[in-house]
Design a protein around this ligand. Structure first.
Ligand SMILES: Nc1ncnc2c1ncn2[C@@H]1O[C@H](COP(=O)(O)OP(=O)(O)OP(=O)(O)O)[C@@H](O)[C@H]1O
Ligand SMILES: [Mg+2]
Length: 485
């Protein structure tokens, strides 16, 4: 039996004895038969009904039944297991315990499961106790990038750029809240009615955001951006069609010759991935300081100082804003500063840093095009309460920022660098810019895949002299437009 982890409390016997009552709940669902004896053979009796039901219905019923049994077993596990002792148990031990308790409880419930169902059940119960319940399978699935929970009954995942509804669910809101609580308490945070949202980095580096009711109207909302140990590098991105080798050569020259670069894009468009990939072009002997809300960047260089800003605590104290980090970073003798995302008053210090000796700095902003990105910067400056004539603001931006790289998630789920735009100066009151590369869309396939290709626009790079002086003599062919195939 379940030796060392079993509770010795005599009350346990009572709890286990209650199981048959629960069992009648479970078995009631698939079969109308009420007698215990009939319920006992539910699995067999169901067969003819199943034969008429569609495959989808069958699967749904099976899931519901397993869900109910799981819930009962989970209760029985919590009653029977000594959770304190379990903390140090090996996974193997724990699995064995769960299997033993599950077996015993199933027998008491009079439920017969096939081997596959039993294995699935043990796995899920194991995840309930040790992992993050229904989310665990998704967290372990390498093909999943994002996990998005909209209340207990709806979990979406993003695979290969496409959002898909999964058939995984939580039992109810309480179950979902329990898992959220498990996640946030592990990283020393709290979320409840008075503190209804939390943004955190999980121990494995994944980015986690949750909002609970009543602010979240239809049940808790959870978003997880899974941490990828092997971030996509330049070669991967070229191979995935995010940009071309020619564009990569241009970007290498831009980073190496210390142009200040902004990666612009919408939510989840690949900004951080692009920023991370661009950073690989930085020389290994440079001192790089990174500032992020949630540390996601993984720089390969030796000399890297990483900072993570911190929101205020429940009493509204202890905040360390990105601006605080940035101001401090400037005192730390950086060669380059990389800010994960510029979205507020830190823009002032970022532009100043770019203008004053920390060239080669990079950041990302939320914007839909290079022009839109510039307006964003202007707005951020205005919102920061800086009283400066618009022309002065623009001149500050145009002398700080050299390049805007636009990342986009297109409607077919593909992520591409849809534009590389140089900022060339001011013309009157307007910032002048020129697009050097772009993604030219030409149509849609019948299954809604975008047809298109990358091309240079044909303009001569504003920085070609600089590139040449620094030893990056890019072949002129790179800048020649490509005709559609
Ligand atoms: N070109 C690409 N091809 C395939 N997957 C990509 C590509 N670029 C990024 N991804 C994946 O897309 C997801 C989102 O990327 P990323 O975190 O870089 O986006 P983001 O714009 O920074 O998002 P957010 O706005 O949430 O900060 C990640 O899981 C990443 O691995
Ligand atoms: Mg990001």
């Amino acid at each position: 039996m379940f030796s060392k982890y079993k509770k010795t409390d005599p009350l346990v016997a009572k709890a286990t004895a209650a199981a048959p009552k629960a069992a009648s709940n479970v078995t009631k669902i698939p079969a109308p038969a009420a007698e215990p004896a009939a319920a006992r053979s539910t699995v067999m009796k169901q067969a003819p009904v199943k034969a008429v039901a569609s495959a989808g219905d069958k699967e749904k019923k099976r899931k519901e039944r397993l869900g109910d049994i799981k819930l009962e077993l989970h209760k029985s596990l919590l009653d029977n297991l000594n959770l304190a002792a379990l903390e140090n148990a090996t996974d193997q031990d724990l699995k064995a315990e769960i299997q033993a308790i599950a077996q015993e409880s199933l027998e008491e419930m009079g439920v017969v499961l096939n081997r596959e169902e039993r294995q699935q059940l043990t796995k899920e119960l194991f995840y309930e106790v040790k992992g993050l319940g229904p989310l665990e399978t998704l967290l372990q699935d390498e093909s999943v990038n994002d996990i998005l929970v909209n209340g207990p009954q709806q979990i979406f995942v993003e695979r290969a750029g496409k959002l898909q509804l999964t058939d995984i669910t939580f039992k109810d809101e309480k179950h979902l809240l329990r898992i959220i609580d498990k996640i946030v308490s592990a990283v020393g945070r709290r979320v409840d009615e008075s503190n209804p949202y939390v943004d955190a980095r999980l121990q494995d580096g994944s980015r986690f955001n949750a909002m609970v009711p009543p602010v979240a109207v239809d049940g808790s909302l959870v978003s997880i951006r899974k941490f990828k140990k092997d971030k996509l590098g330049i070669d991967d991105l070229v191979q995935f069609g995010a940009f071309t080798e020619e564009m990569a050569a241009y970007l290498q020259a831009a980073v190496s010759t210390r142009l200040n670069i902004i990666v612009s894009g919408g939510t989840g468009s690949g900004k951080t991935t692009t920023l991370n990939a661009l950073s690989s072009f930085i020389d290994n002997d440079e001192r790089i300081l990174t500032i992020e809300d949630t540390a996601e960047l993984q720089l390969q260089q030796t000399h890297v100082g990483r900072m993570e800003s911190r929101p205020p605590n429940v009493e509204g104290k202890g905040e360390v804003s990105p601006r605080d980090c940035l101001k401090n970073a400037l005192r730390m003798r950086p060669d380059r500063i990389i800010v994960g995302e510029t979205r507020g008053e830190e823009v002032i210090d970022m532009l100043q840093a770019m203008n004053t000796g920390h060239d080669g700095s990079m950041t990302t902003i939320h914007a839909n095009s290079a022009r839109d990105g510039v307006s964003r910067l202007e707005n951020m400056i205005a919102m920061a309460g800086i009283e400066m004539p618009l022309k002065a603001v623009r001149s500050q931006i145009s002398s700080a920022v050299n390049l805007i790289v636009q990342a986009s998630r297109l409607q077919d789920g593909s992520r591409r660098m849809t534009s590389i735009t140089e900022i060339t100066g001011m013309e009157g009151d307007v910032i002048s810019m020129q697009e050097v590369f772009k993604y030219q869309r030409v149509g849609l396939t019948p299954d809604n895949k975008i047809i298109g290709h990358f091309t240079a626009t044909g303009v001569r790079s504003h920085f070609s002299e600089r590139f040449k002086l620094w030893g990056y003599d890019l072949p002129p062919a790179i800048f020649e437009p490509v005709a559609a195939q």
